[in-house]
Write a protein that binds this ligand. Structure first.
Ligand code: ADP
Ligand code: MG
Length: 601
């Protein structure tokens, strides 16, 4: 038992189904072949009738017992062992690829098989073959698999895969049969969902929150979209519970209007306090401004940032801040905790704010907001752990024309940039690197800077490690024409006059990143352009990207292309990787697995 535990640890597995899902990479089959199959591996009874040595190679002539035909074999790396093994007159069961040459049967370097009639699965793991084989034998039993909640077909399939009676049962043309693969997909999804469900723990809420959102909604200069309303209703139901603290993630594209959901939630929390953490001070400031603008005047809003005058935040109804919040010793307890752009925080940071507000086994209601759309399958998976709301539409259609361009389009690009600036619009140019590198076939920020500064006025430059980044962005927002940057602007600030973005070396970036970058332009409905600058030939991924602006479709595309290997920024949402399950295509499988997990618990 203890020994098995060590082995499980080495395999990095945590459940019986993890073990059952260690699938053979191939099989060793020593069943005697019933007929001679040319071009295939055959297992044949044979007697040595002659041997000879030729240029250091050993030539053995066999007489095949069943067919009576002759077969000759050549051994290249010969040792005394071979001579002894294949003594004239000795009987063997030989295995190897059978070929015919001018009417003579041949087999190159056959093995002499000791145990006939065995199918041995081969596993590629860190364990010794005997170790993994014995683990599987002991633990992957029908009884154990049934206990995991699988049905008889699924159990039978896994048993066939690990302990096949004949290879025809599992293989077709050297790959697993489609119906087996379907079962493997299901088991993978089922196993993953079961684990998530096992991790889910609910806590009682500090209190039920039932504040009226009407004074806020009725004063908005626009009506909420159907999806905004739906999410708000979901949150109302969440927050009205005292038995269970809400745990929800609201996922919506940049510009989908998540801030309104945040503000409506603040209303629900009244007369109790809400707190919101944002990843940058700029974003915190923007949220603060929007809160002041849209919330009824009697709602007290406070902003907490490092080094800024914090005022009397202890009295506020709604406290907005950066991670600086985590270091305040006198934060009042809020009944509702929210985190905006949650993917910009580490898990620890996100949870510590929630923890700060917890007490006596009770937790605040907790809502996170994410601007990184995830594929529906992934949302379905994650909703096993926390509730997920998707906002898939934006309040107004943004007009952003996306195009791939290359060197010969540069003069046209310059003309277009001048036109935009002449209309008091702003331009953003994204470079792959700050400094020159021999590995990247594009200009860096440093190299190109001089060119832009010589041709244009009001050129601003910043990048991810730039300490002045936020100040520069703020100044650019007021006075700039062109901003040169790396992908720093990915999330955060809103630049309402930005109408043209050029992404240099676009093929090097993941679609999620490209989508975030494109989301920077046209925020206020101005007609905008996104140019994907690339030296490479037509790129299917980029072409497909130019055709859609919906983040959820793009998340799916990203999945489809993520193994194409040319994406260097690793922005693909972490999400679990599956061997059999295709997160882009297998929505039905995940859906079914969810039903099964639900009924099993
Ligand atoms: P997100 O945080 O999801 O990226 P925001 O909340 O910043 O998006 O909203 C983007 C813009 O859309 C803001 O200017 C906001 O005022 C506006 N907006 C939000 N909801 C609506 C709506 N229902 N109708 C019109 N405009 C809206
Ligand atoms: Mg936002």
């Amino acid at each position: 038992m203890e020994e098995a535990k060590q082995l499980f640890k080495k395999l990095k597995i945590h459940s019986l189904l993890d073990l059952a899902l260690i699938i053979p990479s191939s099989y060793n089959d020593t069943t005697l072949s019933s007929t001679l199959k040319l071009g295939k591996v055959n297992t044949l009874e044979a007697k040595v009738v002659d041997t000879s040595v030729y240029h250091g190679k050993l030539r053995v002539t066999f007489n095949l017992t069943r067919s009576g035909r002759r077969l000759s074999s050549t051994f290249f790396r010969v040792t005394p062992y071979h001579h002894k093994l294949f003594e004239t007159g000795s009987n063997h069961v030989i295995q190897g690829k059978l070929e015919e040459y001018k009417g003579y049967l041949q087999m190159v370097q056959p093995k002499s098989i000791k145990q006939v009639g065995r199918i041995t699965p081969k596993y590629k793991t860190v364990l010794k073959e005997s170790e993994i084989a014995s683990l599987l034998e002991v633990y992957v039993t029908e009884k154990n698999l049934f206990n995991e909640g699988l049905d008889s077909k699924e159990v039978a399939t896994l048993m066939h895969i690990h302990f096949p009676k004949s290879l025809e049962e599992v293989y077709e043309n050297g790959v697993f049969k489609p119906d087996l693969v379907d079962v493997l997909k299901f088991v993978e999804a089922f196993n993953h969902l079961k684990k998530l469900r096992g991790k889910k723990v609910d806590f009682p809420a500090l209190r039920a929150l039932k504040g009226d959102i009407k004074p806020f909604v009725e004063n908005l200069p626009f009506t909420l979209t159907a999806e905004q309303k739906e999410v708000i209703t979901q949150i109302q139901i969440d927050l009205a519970s005292e038995e269970r603290a809400a745990k929800r993630m609201v996922v919506g594209d940049v510009g989908s209007g998540k801030t309104m959901v945040i503000l409506a939630s603040v209303m629900m929390a009244l007369p109790y306090k809400s707190i919101l953490m944002a990843p940058t001070s700029l974003l915190a400031l923007q949220l603060y401004e929007e809160a002041c603008k849209h919330l009824p005047k009697d709602v007290k809003v406070a902003l907490v940032m490092q080094g800024k005058d914090e005022g009397n935040y202890a009295q506020a109804d709604f406290i907005i801040g950066t991670h600086a919040l985590l270091y305040k010793e006198d934060l009042p307890q809020a009944s509702l905790v929210m985190v905006d752009e949650q993917h910009r925080f580490g898990t620890k940071q996100r949870q510590s704010l929630e923890a700060l507000m917890s007490g006596e086994g009770k937790k605040p209601h907790f809502i996170q907001f994410s601007a990184t759309p995830i594929p529906r399958t992934q949302a379905m998976m994650e909703s096993e752990l926390l509730d997920v709301s998707l906002i898939t539409t934006t309040p107004f259609e943004r007009e952003v024309l996306t195009q791939t361009i290359s060197r010969q389009d540069f003069p046209d690009l310059l003309t277009h940039i001048k036109e935009e600036i002449a209309q008091k619009h702003q331009v953003l140019i994204i470079y792959p690197l700050v400094e020159e590198s021999s590995e990247v076939p594009y200009q860096s920020l440093d190299e190109s800077r001089e060119f832009w500064e010589s041709k244009f006025e009001n050129v601003y430059v910043t990048h991810g490690k730039d300490k002045q980044k936020e100040e520069i962005l703020l100044e650019f927002r007021e006075k700039g024409d062109i901003l040169l940057a790396t992908t720093v602007v990915e999330v955060g600030i809103s630049l309402p006059r930005l109408t043209l973005i050029v992404i240099v070396g676009a093929e090097r970036l993941g679609l999620a990143t490209l989508h975030q970058l494109r989301g920077r332009v046209g925020r206020n409905g101005l007609k905008s352009w996104c140019y994907l600058y690339s030296n490479t030939q037509a790129n299917d991924r980029l072409t497909q990207f130019t055709k859609t602006t919906n983040g959820f479709d793009i998340a799916k595309l990203d999945l489809k292309f993520r193994d194409s290997g040319d994406i260097l920024d690793g922005t693909m949402q972490s999400g679990q990787r599956f061997k059999w399950l295709d997160m882009a295509e297998d929505e039905k499988v995940v859906e079914y697995a969810k039903v099964r997990v639900k009924s099993a618990y």
